[in-house]
Design a protein around this ligand. Structure first.
Ligand SMILES: NC(=O)c1ccc[n+]([C@@H]2O[C@H](COP(=O)([O-])OP(=O)(O)OC[C@H]3O[C@@H](n4cnc5c(N)ncnc54)[C@H](OP(=O)(O)O)[C@@H]3O)[C@@H](O)[C@H]2O)c1
Length: 309
């Protein structure tokens, strides 16, 4: 192991048992040592996702507690474990924390094989939105063959994944229609998509813009909102959801496909300026509770990021 000035203690925003926000706490623990194949990373920014509160609630099953929250980070390599040859101390990387680790912290561990180099011109808060939200948007937008000029509908286009998916669709020269509430109109239009108000009347409004049906229907909401728009898809297999596996299966669509190169590809698109993740809120680590509450409300706009200071 090669180490350089690792601080002895690291702050971690954790949940101490499965349950609501009252189980969250800011703790200190020893800076972890990277195991074989792992990187010790100083977290410069951590993305906040709905998956974070779902893990806390126990919706993914029981996990060992206290457990640090956060599935996506960007930061600087402070030390490398045995067997790591592709990264060195000082490298800037992004990725998902190793199993059992979390991103809402001063330090985390990332498996070297899961990390990607952060392009120099991309700020840490932007890079931190890519391992989960970025890859999900990339995977959804590449789930079926589409041709330039065809239409993609994004249900939930104002959120973290939806706003990026809309931009990727535009970069692929698709006509993009983004369904979101009135308060998200600006952020949806900033992606280059045409905004359609969520709720009653959405099917008629989309048909007016795209009378020949939708070639790719991406869902970030699920439930009734998804059922209501499903008839707009050219065929059921062109409905792709990251939000609701049961409903999309019922409709004949696909739940969250994934491509092994998604993180490299979406990072390259950001580096090339083809897409720009919209980081709308940054919170210091001591305000992680507010950051997660914002996302847990279900009405987040763009991406919320924690920046430990
Ligand atoms: N399986 C995976 O790997 C994976 C990865 C990432 C995300 N996801 C899931 O995908 C979903 C979206 O994630 P996210 O990070 O984008 O969440 P987010 O940032 O919280 O965005 C969700 C968006 O949905 C909008 N929304 C809620 N109800 C709506 C409706 N009826 N019509 C239109 N828009 C509506 C919300 O805004 P307004 O209602 O205020 O307009 C909000 O902007 C979540 O369920 C998340 O768990 C899954």
């Amino acid at each position: 192991m090669t180490t350089e000035h690792a601080a002895p203690l690291s702050r971690h925003y954790v949940f101490t048992e499965h349950g609501g926000p009252e189980t969250e706490a800011l703790l200190e623990r020893a800076v972890p040592e990277p195991g074989r194949g792992e990187l010790l990373v100083e977290v410069r920014a951590a993305g906040v996702n709905p998956a974070d509160w779902k893990l806390r609630e126990g919706l993914f099953g029981r996990v060992e507690v206290p457990r640090t929250l956060g599935f996506e980070v960007a930061g600087t390599v402070l030390a490398v474990g045995d067997g790591v040859e592709e990264y060195a101390v000082g490298d800037e990387v992004l990725g998902s924390p190793a199993p059992g680790e979390g991103g809402y912290a001063d330090h985390t561990l990332i498996r070297a094989g899961d990390a990607v180099r952060k392009p120099g011109g991309v700020p840490f808060p932007v890079a931190a939105t890519l391992p989960v939200a970025g890859t999900t948007a990339y995977d959804l937008t590449h789930a079926v063959e589409v041709e330039p000029g065809q239409t993609m509908l994004v249900l939930g286009a104002g959120g973290g994944v939806g706003s990026l998916a809309a931009q990727i669709g535009r970069a692929r020269q698709l006509q993009v229609i983004g369904v979101a509430s009135m308060s998200k109109r600006e952020i949806v239009e900033a992606t280059g998509a045409q905004w359609v108000a969520a709720g009653d009347g959405v099917v008629a409004a989309v048909r007016e813009i795209a009378p020949d049906a939708v070639h790719l229907l991406l869902d970030l909401v699920g439930g009734r909102a998804l059922r209501d728009v499903a008839e707009l898809a050219v065929s059921p297999e062109r409905i792709i959801s990251a939000a609701d596996g049961d409903t999309v299966a019922e409709l004949g669509g696909t739940y969250r496909p994934s491509r092994p190169d998604a993180l490299e590809q979406v990072t390259a698109m950001v580096a090339a300026g083809q897409i720009t993740p919209q980081v709308t809120h940054e919170f210091p680590l001591e305000h992680a509770r507010r950051a997660l509450a914002l996302v847990e409300s279900g009405h987040a706009e763009g991406k919320t990021v924690i920046v430990p200071r």
